[in-house]
Design a protein around this ligand. Structure first.
Ligand code: SAM
Length: 306
């Protein structure tokens, strides 16, 4: 450790955070969640799914960690964590250092700043992952399907993906180009916005079995225009184990299985390491932000003042 704890606290307090991170008797100041309102509500659906997964000793990737809240929660719960971000955030580094002062288990977090999924092949990981979490980030990516196939490759068979997304209304399984629609999501860059069935279909396409979903009531209207938010938990399975595959998907997996970075026939025939991670929660929950409470660590209790 290079800094004493008091100067670290001063440095953390001087910064604006995206995440509100609760350290017990004080918390980071979030520009998104000021004052005494429910904090980190955009992560409630992730929390709802994550709290039904025992991550102790599991190898987990928090891709797009930003200020690090989800990565820190995973480490506190005993996971071995890799946390990536496109940027190198002081907010992450100082909070991480502070947590390491309090408990050595946080020092096992591997932080990879300057990380872009498009360059994932340049990085080595210790093994395939048991759990990958991507939240509030798929809409920033140039190719959602390349992202999801990459996750399928990075996960052990049986491993879990928690995918939190903004989605548009509509019955068709479509991705809209956000820069061309009349009512775009305002955050930048927001490139593609899927409907809910497009996310579900994409997960099936990428050889995932959806186990559960948690949807946020309200947040869409309040925070990001008319778009809603949902998180899925999905298990990496063999293509033939994906439920309710339409004939066109079966034919694609079987007869045209090769897409430069993923080969569905190889996935089908692989006898690779299998993860023992599991999800024990509900199939679907609609979360009322005003009512939601989680026992996950580092998440502020709304009754606490900042
Ligand atoms: C809005 S932040 C989300 C932070 C956090 N996951 C959460 O839900 O609170 C978006 C994150 O996605 C990451 N990201 C965006 N585009 C990416 C890309 N092409 N490859 C890897 N990460 C990306 C950013 O670096 C950032 O950490």
């Amino acid at each position: 450790m290079t800094k004493d704890v008091n100067s670290l606290i001063e440095q953390i307090n001087a910064l604006d955070y995206f995440h509100s991170i609760d350290f017990g008797d004080w918390r980071t100041k979030s520009w998104v969640y000021p004052g005494n309102v429910p904090q980190n509500t955009h992560l409630f659906s992730v929390f709802k799914l994550l709290q039904e997964i025992d991550v102790k000793n599991q190898y987990c990737l928090d891709m797009g960690t930003y200020d690090g809240l989800t990565a820190f929660i995973l480490a506190e719960l005993g996971a071995k964590v890799v946390a990536t971000c496109q940027y190198d955030r002081k907010q992450f580094r100082y909070a991480h250092e502070y947590l390491c002062h309090r408990d050595q288990k946080f020092s096992s977090i591997r932080y990879i700043p300057g990380f872009h999924i498009e360059e994932v092949q340049n990085y080595n990981f210790d093994s395939k992952f048991d759990l990958i979490i991507l939240s509030a980030a798929l809409h920033h990516m140039l190719s959602p399907l390349v992202t999801l196939t990459t996750f399928r490759k990075l996960l052990k068979e049986g491993g879990l993906l928690i995918l939190e997304v903004a989605f548009a209304d509509g019955d068709q399984p479509t991705f809209s180009l956000n820069t061309e629609v009349e009512d775009p999501v305002e955050g930048i860059p927001t490139i593609f916005i899927p409907t809910r069935s497009a996310v579900e279909g994409s997960l099936k396409f990428c050889s995932f079995e959806i186990l559960g979903a948690a949807e946020l009531d309200q947040l869409g209207k309040e925070n990001i225009n008319n778009y809603k938010r949902i998180a899925f938990v999905a298990k990496a399975v063999k293509p033939s184990s994906v439920s309710n595959r339409r004939p066109q998907l079966v034919t694609t997996h079987e007869k045209s299985p090769y897409f430069s970075h993923i080969n569905f026939r190889e996935l089908e025939n692989n006898d690779e390491e299998v993860s023992n991670i599991s999800y024990s929660g509900e199939k679907y929950t609609l979360i009322d932000i005003g009512d939601f409470e989680t026992k996950l660590p580092l998440q502020p209790n709304i009754n606490k003042t900042s």
